[in-house]
Design a protein around this ligand. Structure first.
Ligand code: N01
Length: 533
């Protein structure tokens, strides 16, 4: 059969795939073929176009750093960009660096098989073509697979049922409708606060209350943008050297070293200050010491009680079964005030779980509710789920799904033993879950580019993580997670949200600087942990 031959196949056209395509093709001079299942660039920002979708990292930080002119010319409108603006930015990047010509859009990779004798990947997308490539780059992201619905009856529902990550491109008119939202994670909170004022009735099904703090969004002023542009290099270096990959003030004190009054003052300073500062800039031991954590948890619960008028609803909205930050922290804009509206009600889906979707609504263990629209904000199978659906077969015919049967393991979040020349951009066990993603992505792509350069200059054809390096790294990822409060809660951080998924930390929870130091050491040590052939 006819086939195309390139140096690298890249899957995905989000932040990862676009930068990988630019770096490997425009900078490193490789022949690249990229594939994307969506019709346009954007990745997670293409698919997640639900009402209120917005990034909770500031736009001035949540953007590429590899090209200073790009950073100066793209004038972000808001402090925290909404989905359409991020999608437009990525579209601009694709045009500016002439990336579209390397892509086949609306095309999904369905098989990727390693041919050991030729030392190349044989990649088959769903258009019937075949592309052979020395390198196979997984830039499909961690949030590409929607969590399967837990509820029977979707097919019998007479109205519209929609998952937030599969929102219709043409939009959905919710005005005057009776709407249910299931899920109160980052996504559910964004949807609820956005649609509450336009729908006729809103019923929120909450299984776990969350610690949401104000996002602090506002228009980005000219002087803020000018200051960021003037100090571009310095700010980006600071960002990379900061725990979260954004230059937030670094917490330097343990919580219990302060008096209750001093703690209150510290939390007051950051509660409205925006995004992850509440975690990164208050006290450094919030994620390690349960007593320290309880102080911030109490503070946020008190804010919820102040903001929600009905005491029963307020109590239900107060988290009571996990530590602050042990589940990924969500951010909000007048979310709690939405529950003060007379047509918004909260259902406790923990004590009265949803049993099914019916022809006219939702049945819980003790009541039936009628709806026109049901919105499932129930999350994702986070990790390399998209890659596991691509039929990946490595050395000796080993399936990737079999290799990962006991958990997704990935040396430095980059390489998997038995799968030569398969490189993940922030794959499982990278630091990306707690690291400003565009920066984490650039670091990951640059590392892969360096590895490929090393192979080219030394005349090697294949490289993979050794079994020992993968095992040792996995042990470290687990040990780091175990030193925090994260495993004490149930969330996608540990794979808990997907039934039957092995419990494994999805990320290395060290923060950005330590992860970057580990990677730099591996590089300086002639790519220790990688075997070349
Ligand atoms: O998903 P989630 P998400 N019955 O898994 C509930 C990123 N993100 O889409 O906690 C009832 O966090 C579930 O309840 P519980 C961000 O990293 C970023 O909100 O399992 N409820 C939970 O409330 C985020 O963390 C931005 O008890 C059920 C919710 O559904 C990640 O995406 C914006 C249920 C799922 O929460 C995922 O967020 C948005 C059931 N059977 C998202 N099953 C940015 O700002 C599930 N739930 C960048």
């Amino acid at each position: 059969m006819d086939h195309t031959h390139v140096d690298a196949v890249i899957v995905g056209a989000g932040f990862s795939g676009l930068y990988a395509t630019h770096r490997l093709r425009n900078v490193d001079g490789l022949a690249v073929q990229s594939f994307e299942a969506g019709s346009d660039p954007g990745g997670v920002w293409y698919w997640n176009n639900y009402p209120g979708a917005r990034c909770d990292f500031e736009s001035l930080h949540y953007s590429y750093t590899f090209d200073e002119a790009l950073a100066r010319e793209w004038r972000w409108k808001e402090r925290y960009a909404a989905q359409p603006e991020i999608r437009a930015y990525l579209s601009h990047v694709a045009d500016r660096f002439d990336l579209r010509r390397s892509y086949r859009f609306d095309t999904r990779v369905v098989s990727a098989v390693w041919d050991d004798s030729a030392a190349e990947w044989v990649v088959s997308p769903d258009d019937g073509s075949i592309t052979k490539a020395r390198y196979f780059i997984n830039a499909a992201g961690a949030f590409g697979v929607t969590k399967k619905s837990d509820f029977a009856g979707e097919d019998v529902f007479g109205g519209t049922v929609v998952h937030t990550s599969q929102w219709p491109a043409e939009g959905l008119d919710l005005a005057g409708k009776r709407v249910a939202v299931v899920g109160t994670g980052s996504t559910g909170i964004q949807v609820i606060q956005t649609i509450a004022s336009t729908v006729a009735e809103l019923t929120v099904f909450q299984r776990t209350a969350n610690y949401a703090c104000p996002l602090g969004n506002k228009p980005l002023e000219d002087d803020e943008f000018a200051a960021a542009a003037a100090n571009f290099r310095e700010r980006r270096v600071q960002a990379r050297n900061s725990i979260a990959g954004a230059p937030y003030p670094r917490a330097v004190r343990p919580a219990m070293a302060d008096s209750p009054g001093e703690r209150e003052h510290t939390y007051d300073t950051y509660y409205n200050g925006g995004g992850f500062r509440m975690l990164a800039s208050t006290y450094f031991d919030l994620l390690f010491d349960p007593r320290a954590n309880e102080t911030v948890a109490d503070y946020i619960r008190a804010k919820i009680r102040e903001r929600v008028t009905d005491p029963v609803t307020a109590e239900l909205l107060c988290p009571d079964n996990h530590a602050y930050g042990a589940k990924r922290t969500p951010f909000e804009t007048k979310y709690y005030e939405a529950f003060n509206l007379p047509h918004v009600q909260l259902v406790d889906a923990r004590s009265t779980p949803i049993s099914s979707i019916t022809p006219t609504g939702i049945a819980t263990s003790d009541e039936h509710y009628e709806f026109d629209v049901i919105i499932l904000a129930t999350g994702f199978d986070v990790g390399a789920g998209a890659l596991t659906k691509m039929g990946v077969i490595g050395r000796g015919g080993r399936k990737l799904t079999a290799h990962w049967a006991n958990g997704q393991r990935c040396y430095l979040g980059t390489a998997t033993h038995g799968f030569p020349n398969l490189f993940h951009i922030n794959g499982p066990q990278s630091a990306a879950a707690v690291f400003n993603n565009p920066l984490a992505i650039e670091d990951s792509v640059d590392f892969v580019s360096g590895l490929i350069h090393e192979m080219t200059t030394s005349g090697r054809k294949a490289v993979e993580a050794t079994a020992e390096a993968e095992e040792r790294y996995n042990a470290m990822v687990t040990e780091v997670a175990d030193s925090t409060l994260i495993p004490t809660s149930q969330s996608w951080y540990m794979g808990d949200n997907i039934a039957g998924k092995p419990r494994t930390p999805v990320s290395l929870f060290t923060g950005a600087p330590m992860f970057r130091a580990i990677v730099a050491e591996v590089q300086a040590d002639n790519y220790a942990g990688f075997a070349f052939a």
